[in-house]
Ligand binder design. Sequence first.
Ligand code: B12
Ligand code: SF4
Length: 324
Amino acid sequence: MIRFKKILFVFPETRYPSGQPPLGIAMLSAVAKQCGAETALCDMSFEKKPFEHLSRMLAEFKPDAVSITVVTPQIGATLTACEVVRRDSPGTYLMVGGPHATVLPVETLETSGADLVYSGEGEIAFRLIVEGTDPGEIPGACFMKDGRAVVVPGRLLVKNLDTLPLPDRDIFDMKKYFTTWYSMDRVDSSLKGTTIMGTRGCPYTCTFCQPTLSEIFGKKMRKRSPESIVEELQHLVDKYSINGFMFEDSTFVVDHPWVTEICSLMNKRASSSGGAAMSAQICLPKSFLIQWSVPGSQRLTWVLSRHRKGFWTIYTGRELQLKV
Ligand code: B12
Ligand code: SF4
């Protein structure tokens, strides 16, 4: 018997649609479905009147829990969304998580009036929440008790990423994401593609990301197996007939043999399936920019962009570790 049977996710992106669907929400939805819950998404990305859309979805879907995922630029929309939930659906359990909630849990709790704010990677915690575990027993949970914010210390990180379900992309209107996916990242507009993630965490300490990234995913990098990644790519090709992929991992290339293995598995599939296109967005620490090559690709330089037979584009950038 689960505590929450109908969960409405909210993606509070009200300013511009990106072609990259929020995979964190898709992961939580997949977990909720594994628990037996029904899920829906209020995706504000493509809505002219996002908060009216939320009102409508609350009335139609009648969720018993709402889960909002927030990055810092979305905090204004998130607070408005929380007001709408409280106004239109006062009995609904309200949760907020994501990078902003991770780094500022108490402030997020106090300003949003949510029942629970969550810091960190969410799959294990979300299962516990859906099943009805007391938040006081969930590391990373933040909630009000006797008028004061309580933060439960610790994090719940998945040890083996291969044990996670595939992201539930069924909750997205994938047609809309296909029409915009190239716009943010200058991918060839003739490609139909989407995003995928193979890793979590980064061992480096650049000021651009840290400490946020470590607060969410820990200090160690965890990787899915090359087989599981290639299986997901195959699933995307089979289900959506896509011919482009973007790895949106923060540091895709840290482990060279692992990347090489993925590439050779992809090359094998590509040659047996007549060729599939892929694009990789890669964030490289300086030391890795020197020389690196994978089967079937050109050597990496500062910026490498090649369209080869059925294959790929790579974006690189340089991050700095600053002393402040
Ligand atoms: C891909 C990506 C993008 C893409 C697409 C984002 C999207 N639609 O999801 C694009 C290019 C659009 C983008 C843009 C920006 N991004 Co960005 N992005 C990422 C990246 C690399 C991956 C996101 C992802 O899918 N992660 C994987 C999923 C599984 O993680 P997740 O979404 O955090 O969800 C997990 C947890 O947060 C938690 N969780 C989430 N919600 C909830 C809810 C509950 C109830 C619970 C219990 C748990 C929970 O559980 C989820 C599953 O584990 C991350 C870094 C990273 N490695 O995560 C940065 C990151 C999210 N981006 C960041 C930033 C700064 C930006 C920009 C502001 C950059 C800029 N200057 O323009 C913009 C803001 C865009 C906006 N919407 O306003 C920061 C956010 C920091 C912050 N304080 O919010 C991050 C963390 C990177 C960093 N440098 O630290 N980004
Ligand atoms: S290497 Fe990339 S992902 Fe890692 S901390 Fe630096 S900028 Fe962030």
